[in-house]
Design a protein around this ligand. Structure first.
Ligand SMILES: Cc1cc2nc3c(=O)[nH]c(=O)nc-3n(C[C@H](O)[C@H](O)[C@H](O)COP(=O)(O)O)c2cc1C
Length: 367
């Protein structure tokens, strides 16, 4: 059997039936207030059953953390009912359901926040067009953010999810605390690398603690991170190896890198001998399973990525072909759908939001 088809036991005891997971992908299908829609449930149901786990689109833990319209909300108990339907739809034929929890921080806009100013570690604008200057969170508010992540984790348990992924990647608030670009604080949460890491340290510890109080089941807790930033100052690959080293010793089920191509090499001159995933895997040294990702299109790509990781996340291939995994595992890769026509959109449950992303980010896969 290929490695992709083999089951895997995660660190805290849950087992995935194979090593393919659906990558978290924002689909902009939720209602204006964050409630999950029927369309969204159908979109996920179609892509569940074959993969070992589905990681949902990012769900915001605080209203002020909303990054875009159509985002899943997990900031209020009223979301639990819809989330329960979503997790039930995903948990088909043994697929594990994992809710990605996040806070957008400065990567949002007052137009999304009904006129409110975005917040971040410090009052530093992101380097992107139309970025607004965020307001620095007060010390009391930093603790509130941690509490709200914990409440979101508890809601995920109550909604019947098998786990959560803490979204520490893609420049959102958790990453903003780790980055020397967005974190210029002079209190306990900023300054040295160790201090910039202290928000993540406390957040992860407290989430694990609250989940263990809430359930005795092996509830999955994963952590996603981006390995480097372009900004100067910014997170460098060496900082990420420090982060990985710290997180690998925690009771996390897996670490999940966020990267555009699984073969990508670091921008740092000191790390040119191997791909970033190889360096990360070496640093982990068997302490926690790693999920690799990034333009994995074929079974050969997946097997190659699995030489340096325990699982692979599949994003865009599952938008185009929800049955990629069963086709590949059953030796029918020849019939994988690589591109989608406008006529196939409805059958594939690719609504306006996700179709817009596809037009922008994967035009080669639209017929
Ligand atoms: C439409 C779309 C939405 C995405 N939304 C998220 C998200 O909500 N959270 C996240 O961590 N990554 C998100 N990503 C990144 C993916 O998880 C993944 O890392 C990326 O697509 C590379 O994998 P792929 O080449 O298999 O698509 C998104 C990617 C796409 C294409």
């Amino acid at each position: 059997m290929t490695k992709l088809g083999k089951s895997i036991e995660l660190k805290r005891g849950a087992t995935l039936k194979n090593r393919a997971v659906m990558a978290p992908m924002t689909n902009m299908m939720s209602f204006f207030d964050g409630t999950v829609t029927k369309d969204e449930i159908e979109y996920y149901a179609l892509r569940s059953g074959e993969v070992g786990a589905v990681i949902t689109a990012a769900a915001n833990v605080q209203e002020i953390g909303k990054g875009w319209d159509g985002e899943i909300g997990v900031f209020d108990d009223r979301h639990i009912e819809g989330l329960a339907k979503l997790s039930a739809a995903i948990k088909k034929s043994g697929t594990k359901s994992i809710l990605q929890i996040f806070h957008g921080g400065r990567m949002t806009h007052s137009s999304i926040l009904k006129g409110k100013q975005p917040v971040s570690a410090s009052a530093i604008k992101a380097e992107r067009p139309d970025a607004e200057e965020p307001r620095a969170l007060t010390e009391a508010e930093v603790l509130e953010v941690i509490e709200d992540f914990k409440s979101a984790a508890v809601r995920a348990v109550k909604a019947g999810f098998d786990g959560i992924e803490i979204h520490g990647a893609n420049t959102y608030l958790i990453q903003q605390f780790f980055s020397p670009h967005s974190n210029r604080r002079e209190d306990q949460w900023g300054g040295s690398l160790e201090k910039r890491y202290s928000f993540i340290d406390r957040l992860v510890n407290e989430i694990i603690e609250v989940v263990e109080k809430e359930t005795s089941e092996p509830f999955i807790i994963g952590y996603r991170f981006s390995p480097e930033e372009y900004e100067n100052p910014g997170i460098r690959f060496e900082d990420t190896l420090y982060l990985v080293d710290k997180l690998a010793d925690k009771e996390l089920d897996y670490l999940h890198v966020s990267i555009g191509n699984y073969k990508q090499v670091s921008r740092s001159e000191s790390y040119q001998d191997k791909s970033m995933i190889e360096y990360i895997n070496d640093k982990i040294n068997g302490r926690v399973p790693l999920i690799s990702v990034g333009d994995i299109r074929t079974s050969a790509d997946a097997e190659e990525a699995l030489q340096n990781s325990e699982m692979v996340a599949l994003g865009r291939v599952l938008l185009a072909d929800p049955h990629w995994v069963s086709k590949v595992l059953n030796g029918r890769e020849d019939i994988v759908r690589e591109s989608v026509s406008v006529e196939e959109r409805d059958a594939l449950r690719l609504n306006t939001g996700v179709w817009g992303f596809m037009e922008a980010m994967m035009p080669d896969r639209i017929k």
